[in-house]
Design a protein around this ligand. Structure first.
Ligand code: COA
Length: 260
């Protein structure tokens, strides 16, 4: 499939999706959000894709935000629609994918860029990365889930400070805050993501998808995460992966999960 603003490649059960508008620092315009939605849906439906890595092209930016030129003349009605549609198509969509998704933050991750990284299941950054939600400096607030996911990841006080100062933090501060899980050099960023992805691919994809659902349930209003855990735990017992995983353990061999 050909995309306008992204590249998608597949190797060793990993689909890597690269946002490819380097001259605009990979800013998320409507077309890019649509491409990302399609590519993510395709990867999630592909039985051979066990992990998705999302990154930005070039050496400067992961994504420098939503494309400001596209919404500069919007009114409140259009603004609400922009946020709602974006959340549905991309940000909440990624968070709820069954396939684990890693953000490889290779440079600026600002505004919608940080919101994209935060929607992924976890984040690894290169040491040149800079992160922030600078929307209030433009007279607007984060609209792609940033006011919700940043406090979930780093706590309310830190999120409040970062958002209302429109500040930027570097990769090591992000590591210190728990916003990213690891920091490495730019050259080692994708290899490290692939190494972690490799570990994931050896496990049961059915159980991983159940774990993602149960963990996400903790952050959903009106849903009891413990109940979701009980239900997902129970469902695992009827899967072929569970039969293979437990049998392999008892037979002292490596499991070969069918993914069912
Ligand atoms: N939307 C649209 N275009 C963007 C963009 C965005 N969020 N971020 C960068 N670009 C474009 C610039 O307009 C410029 O395009 P041009 O060459 O056609 O003029 C190009 O990307 C390069 O950016 P530039 O600002 O020249 O790079 P820089 O190194 O001087 O600064 C940043 C880098 C990231 C600090 C700066 O681009 C920036 O502040 N971007 C906006 C960040 C932001 O507010 N994001 C939240 C949006 S809601």
């Amino acid at each position: 499939m050909n995309y306008e603003n992204i590249l998608s490649s597949f190797q060793n059960n990993i689909t890597t999706i690269t946002i490819n508008r380097p001259t605009k620092l990979n800013a998320l315009n409507k077309a890019t959000i649509k491409d990302l939605h399609e590519a993510l849906k395709r990867a999630d439906n592909d039985k051979n894709t066990k992990v998705i890595i999302v990154t930005g092209s070039g050496e400067k930016a992961f994504v420098a935000g939503a494309d400001i030129s596209e919404f500069a003349n919007f009114d409140s009605k259009k603004g609400k629609k922009l946020a709602k549609k974006g959340q549905e198509l991309l940000f909440s969509f990624i968070e709820n994918l069954s396939t684990p998704t890693i953000a490889a933050v290779n440079g600026f991750a600002l505004g919608g860029g940080l919101e994209l990284a935060m929607s992924c299941h976890f984040r690894i950054a290169s040491d040149n990365a800079k992160m922030g939600l600078p929307e209030v400096s433009l007279g607007v607030i984060p609209g792609y889930g940033g006011t919700q996911r940043l406090p979930q990841l780093i706590g309310k006080g830190r999120a409040m400070e970062l958002i209302i100062t429109a500040g930027m933090i570097d990769a090591n501060q992000a590591l210190n805050y728990g916003l990213v899980n690891h920091v490495t050099t730019q050259a080692e960023l994708i290899p490290l993501c692939e190494k972690l992805a490799g570990k994931i691919t050896r496990n049961s994809s059915v159980a991983i998808s159940a774990a993602i659902k149960a963990i996400n349930a903790n952050f959903k209003d009106g849903i009891n995460g413990f109940e979701v855990e009980v239900s997902e735990f129970g469902s695992c017992f009827d899967t072929e992966d569970f039969a293979e995983g437990t049998t392999a353990f008892l037979e002292k061999r490596k499991a070969d999960f069918p993914g069912k």
